[in-house]
Design a protein around this ligand. Structure first.
Ligand SMILES: Cc1cc2nc3c(=O)[nH]c(=O)nc-3n(C[C@H](O)[C@H](O)[C@H](O)COP(=O)(O)OP(=O)(O)OC[C@H]3O[C@@H](n4cnc5c(N)ncnc54)[C@H](O)[C@@H]3O)c2cc1C
Length: 412
């Protein structure tokens, strides 16, 4: 009839709610497209790619890392598969992606953004190459497997820390030298939003923000607090929402290094004075980067507090722990508590009720410590330890103290 894309909010809601009775009927195929937030990914390219093993695989839950207390793997990691190599010998054009690289590593949002870059190339046609631009030092070694055809590392002291002016200057020079067809940024508070806006102003483009669907003709942005969608012709600069596209996981890419000419020095107005130590206990939950959260499976509260202190983690709690009076209300994580965005979230003795999972939807790595291997927190977690909470907390304390005293040579 026509190819107008029609949304079904009820269906989307059921897909997001794993406890809904009709959830299992609507997901396809189960477990293969869960996003980093625990929400099911709506794949706009439903046909997708079939991998070399004949199976479509998005192992975001990393179930291969399920370990027992004794350190043995409960389920074996999937066998390494040699993915087909995607090469672009002579690119006709580039799609530039500037990832956030929080902690020197690609975030899931970054990977979604690179996935969107490839989607744009598929739609636009021609020999397009994805150029990933990275500032400062990083610890990432997986650029080839996430879809980087070319890699431009802009190094130098001036790009370290919070350096939006310096970075914008370098991007403006890349614009002059390479003139990418599109500029893609994760629309995030970490860096992408500010850099994308600064570059747009610098090169005189009007960016599209909170984009969740884009091809070379039109893009759709979420607006009005998520209650409206705005569709417009695709501009050159796109600030992309999380889960805007499926990350690349079926091909290897070359990640060939590219170099940038000398960027002219200018007088910067912003100076990064470095990080200052803060008391993790005083950090608001919503801003904490590292949280250890306690649930009904904690039986020694003094031990929990001591572990959080030694790890330098901010404390969180499930509602049951709060209702039972073990933790203050301000520490409750979840739908009726605080929605957190920690890079690492350790859930000790928390079952993973939907109200709690909603609150940790934006967390990076989730580690579950639980005696029940079938609980929802274990299904959501990146890494699960099936063991008694007291034993694990005691072991964590021992490791931290050993490391501090220098007795532990290798970081655990
Ligand atoms: C309207 C509404 C709003 C809500 N809002 C929130 C909210 O914002 N946040 C929230 O957290 N909850 C909320 N809840 C409550 C939620 O439904 C759950 O009841 C709650 O999250 C469960 O907390 P829990 O996982 O700590 O406890 P339980 O469900 O009792 O789970 C305890 C877990 O600990 C494990 N365990 C037990 N002993 C050990 C041990 N020795 N070592 C390791 N693991 C062990 C168990 O296997 C189990 O998985 C809400 C509920 C309602 C109805």
């Amino acid at each position: 009839m026509n190819d107008i894309f029609r949304r079904d909010p009820r269906r989307e809601w059921i897909l997001r709610n794993r406890l809904h009775p009709q959830h299992a009927l609507l997901v396809s195929p189960a477990g293969e497209s869960r996003g980093p937030g625990g929400l099911l990914r709506k794949n706009p390219h439903a046909v997708g790619f079939i991998g070399p093993n004949g199976i479509r695989r998005i192992d975001r839950l990393d179930v291969g890392n399920l370990v027992s207390l004794a350190g043995r793997r409960v389920s074996a990691a999937p066998a390494a598969v040699e993915l087909p190599l995607h090469q672009v010998a002579q690119p006709d054009y580039y799609v530039a992606v500037v990832p956030d690289m929080i902690g020197g590593l690609l975030t899931s949002h970054d990977k979604d953004t690179i996935g969107q870059a490839h989607a744009l190339i598929r739609h636009a046609g021609g020999a397009g190459a994805v150029l990933v631009i990275v500032f400062g030092e990083h610890r990432e070694d997986g650029f080839a497997t996430v879809g980087a055809d070319r890699l431009l590392e802009v190094s130098g002291k001036r790009y370290l820390g919070y350096a939006p002016e310096q970075r914008t200057c370098a991007l403006a020079q890349i614009e002059q030298e390479i003139a990418p067809r599109y500029w893609l940024f994760p629309d995030s508070v970490a860096a992408g939003f500010e850099l994308g806006c600064r570059l747009s102003a610098r090169i005189g483009e009007r960016p599209a923000t909170q984009v969740w669907r884009a091809d070379s003709a039109t893009c759709t942005s979420r607006a009005a607090g998520g209650s409206q969608d705005i569709t417009r012709p695709t501009p050159r600069v796109l600030l992309l929402a999380e889960e805007c596209a499926a990350p690349v996981d079926e091909t290897r890419h070359e990640a060939l290094p590219m170099a940038l000419g000398r960027v002219r020095k200018r007088a910067w107005r912003i100076e990064d004075c470095g990080l200052i130590d803060v008391d993790p206990a005083a950090v608001p939950l919503a801003e904490a980067a590292f949280i250890i959260s306690a649930g009904n499976g904690i039986h020694d509260w003094a031990q929990f507090h001591r572990t959080a202190e030694l790890l330098g983690a901010t404390e969180g709690a499930s509602r049951v722990a709060v209702d039972d009076g073990h933790m203050p209300r301000a520490r409750q994580v979840g739908a009726t508590g605080t929605w957190v965005t920690a890079q690492v979230y350790i859930a000790v003795g928390i079952s993973g009720a939907i109200q709690h999972l909603q609150g940790i939807g934006q967390c990076g790595k989730v580690i579950a410590v639980n005696t029940d291997p079938g609980c929802d927190m274990v299904k959501r977690a990146t890494l699960s330890v099936i063991a008694d909470s007291s034993e694990i907390l005691a072991e964590l304390q021992r490791l931290v103290l050993a490391r501090r005293s220098g007795a532990l040579h290798d970081a655990a």
